[in-house]
Design a binder for this molecule. Sequence first.
Ligand SMILES: NCCCCCC(=O)NO
Ligand SMILES: [Mg+2]
Ligand SMILES: [Zn+2]
Length: 343
Amino acid sequence: MKTVFSPLHSRRQVKTELDGGLLIEPHEKPSRAETILARVKDQALGDVLEPEEFGLGPVQRVHTADYVAFLETCWQDWLAEGKPGEAIPAVWAGRGMRHRVPKDIDGRLGYYSFAAETSISEGTWEAARASANVALTAQKLVAEGERAAFALCRPPGHHAHADLFGGYCFFNNAAIAAQAFRDQGYSRVAVLDVDFHHGNGTQAIFYHRADVLTISLHGDPDLVFPHFLGFEDETGEGDGEGYNLNLTFPPGTPYHVWSQGLETACQRIGEFQPDALIVALGVDTFEDDPISFFKLASGDYLTLGRRLEQLGLPTVFTMEGGYDVDAIGVNAVNVMQGFEGKA
Ligand SMILES: NCCCCCC(=O)NO
Ligand SMILES: [Mg+2]
Ligand SMILES: [Zn+2]
C-alpha cells in the first residue's frame, strides 16, 4: 500500500495545549507522524510519496471561503495585535448571543472554533494545507487504480466543520477526500470514522446529504470530547435522514464489544453500496492511549484492517488521532497490514 506523507507537517509546532487548566505540551505532536512513517518504512508497507499541490479549490468544496481566509492570516493577525503567546480561542457566542463575525482577532478565533485546546502559531496554516494535499493525493492514487492508499495526515481533520476548527483539526481531510471522489463522478461515498472521538465535523459537513454516508464509532459524548455532538439519535436531516450513524461506547470498551459496532457499520455500508470508502483512522482507541478510554490491543488493529478489506471497496485511510506515541506506529500500520492480509 502506498503512503502519502509531507514533511511540512512539522511546520505545526505549537508549544501549548489547554488541558486541565494548564498549558501542556500538545498531545498532537510531530513525533506522532514521524513514528508512523518510521513504521511504514520498517515494515516496507510500500512507496512513500510526497503530496501534489491541489490548491485551495478542493478545500473550498468543503470549507467556507471566509474560514479559509481566517486560517490563512490568523497567526499574523494575532501577532499584529501584540499578543504574547500562541493564538488560543477564549470567547464564544453563548446562548442568546449573536453569531456574526467580529473584526477583532479574539472574536474571530471564537467565531471560527468550537474548543480551546487547539492553539495556532507560525506554520499551522502551511501544515494544515499540506495535510489536505496529503489526503487529496491519496484519493487521486485510489481514483487512478490503487485499491487503497494511506494518507498520513498531520494535523488531523475529522473534528473540523465547514467553518470551525478544534480538536487539533483545521481542514477536514476525510471530507475533502470524500468530496473529491464525488466531484470525480463517484456517485456514493462512505466515510467510516474509527477514531475514539466522534467525527463531528465530518457528520456536520454531510448531515443533509444522501450521497455521502457518515458513520462514527466513538466514546459516549456525554463523557468525552466533543461533548455536544455524536449521539445515537443524530441520523441525518432532510435528504440526509438515515445517512448518518453514530455508535457510542462506554469506558473500558474492548475490541470484542467495539467490533459489534464495526459489524453494524459494515452492514450499513453494504446496504449503501458506495463506490469508495474513506476510513478516518484514529488509533486513540488503543488501551494505553493517554486521553481516551477504550481497550483495543495492538493485534486488534490487524483484525480491523482485515475486516475493512472485506468491504471490497476502493479505500482511502486518513490519519486522525492516537497519542500513545510509542505504540502509534505499530497500531496504525497494523491496520494497513491487516487490510493487505497480514495475519
Ligand atoms: N481535550 C481535547 C481533546 C481533543 C480530541 C482530539 C482527538 O483525538 N480527536 O479525534
Ligand atoms: Mg470516531
Ligand atoms: Zn480522537
